[in-house]
Ligand binder design. Structure first.
Ligand code: F6P
Length: 339
């Protein structure tokens, strides 16, 4: 198995579940590859045992390491992975990852016939075919706690506090932490924002006697064309932009347009680090167990997904076909509390 892409809380719980059920109940041997797809590309892995994975359930990060290595941008990537699988006599690969890692897994299976199973993880919660990914609950929890803390200092100083959260091109973390933290406006990538409208909401609060405001902005949020300047961004091996910085641009704009003192907090990787919530530990464990069961049955090209409260197997290609983004009706619930 391997863990790829950005790390998230719950990865170690999933690793432990795969090892425990794989060895104790199915009688398999499990190899853990280092640093995402780099591991099988370079045959860099070692055997994992029940003993070597003890005590990792509550630990954040991943004991296997991770990277954003794309096997399709490396010379002979799929061929080298096949060589590793064959030379070690592996039955198949379990790739724990988000959109990019699982996108590569789906192609390795569909286009190259490699035996691969995916496990959905990401704080962004943006994978298709599953209602939730593990890591998301912890990130929302961290962001909500931060927003609660920003509230008290914003109120004491009569300031506007802009809080930038992660989530890539989906607004799930912003929406849920903003709702839970009582934000006065939430800006998500799904809805280009008008900075004048944000300022109107802030002024309305002032006119009602609330002299501070909390604005939660997703890193992927974009202003309506022509309403505010934006920056270009570097791209990674999968061609995805490295996001971040919208909060730093939005804060001064709000201050300039309203005249109210404004500060910006960028939560960044704090949202991804540390111990997983109980919910994420349980979800990661359920998905890990389902993944090794699927591998045992030779259900390659699949991914266990949470649908409702049930874990079911879906085609990997279905999970990566389209990003799961915030629908209008969910955003409308948050809008009730704006301004
Ligand atoms: O996909 C998880 C995520 O944390 C995104 O929310 C964020 O845009 C990105 O990873 C940050 O990536 P990196 O850790 O490479 O800076």
């Amino acid at each position: 198995m391997l863990t790829g892409g950005g790390d998230c809380p719950g990865l170690n719980a999933a690793i432990r579940a795969i090892v425990r059920k794989g060895i104790d109940q199915h009688g398999h041997s499990i190899v853990g590859f280092r640093d995402g797809w780099r591991g099988p590309l370079e045959n860099d892995g070692s055997e994992l045992t029940v003993e070597s994975t003890r005590g990792i359930l509550p630990r954040g990060g991943t004991i296997l390491g991770t990277s954003r290595t794309n096997p399709f941008t490396r010379d002979d990537g799929p061929h080298r992975i096949r060589e590793t699988v064959e030379s070690l006599g592996l039955g198949g690969l379990i790739a724990i990852g988000g959109e990019d890692t699982l996108g590569a897994a789906a192609r390795l299976h569909d286009e190259h016939g490699l035996p691969v199973i995916g496990v959905p993880k990401t704080i962004d919660n943006d994978l298709g075919a599953t209602d939730l990914t593990f890591g998301f609950d912890t990130a929302v929890h961290v962001a909500t706690e931060a927003i609660d803390r920003l509230h008290t200092t914003a109120e004491s100083h009569n300031r506007i506090l802009v809080c930038e959260v992660m989530g890539r091109h989906a607004g799930w973390i912003a929406l849920h932490s903003g709702l839970a933290g009582g934000a006065d406006a939430i800006l998500v990538p799904e809805r280009p924002f008008d900075v004048d409208e944000v300022c109107r909401l802030i002024r309305r609060r002032h006119s009602r006697g609330r002299y501070f405001s909390i604005i939660v902005v997703a890193e992927g949020a974009v202003p309506l064309e022509g309403t505010m300047e934006t920056l270009g961004a570097e791209v990674d091996e999968f061609g995805h932009a490295r996001l971040g910085g919208i909060g730093q641009r939005l804060g001064p704009e709000i201050e300039k347009r309203t005249g109210f003192e404004t500060r910006v907090t960028v939560l960044g990787h704090v949202q991804r680090g540390g111990t997983p919530t109980a919910f994420d530990r349980v979800l990661a464990t359920r998905l890990g167990v389902a993944a090794i069961d699927a591998a045992h049955e030779g259900r390659w090209g699949c991914m266990p997904a949470l649908q409702g409260n049930r874990v079911t197997l879906v085609a990997l290609r279905e999970a990566v076909a389209e990003l799961r983004r915030v629908p209008d009706e969910e955003f409308a619930v948050a809008e009730v509390f704006f301004g």
